[in-house]
Design a protein. Sequence first.
Length: 71
Amino acid sequence: MYLAAEEVAATSSTFNTFDLFMVGFTILIAIGLVRLLMEKKKNIFAIGFAGVSLLVFLIVDFFMVKIWFGL
């Protein structure tokens, strides 16, 4: 039983299709933040919200890629 579980764990992938959405949302938030920063009249609340969101998504993406490589 133990060997079967170990074999399944060794052959299973750590990549999920949801990971693509996470990377896509991270890119979308980054584009939005850049556009907010380029405006003449700056919306400080929106810039702060986008900055915190981008930071959270970058941290999650970092750990996600770390898991992909098994580190």
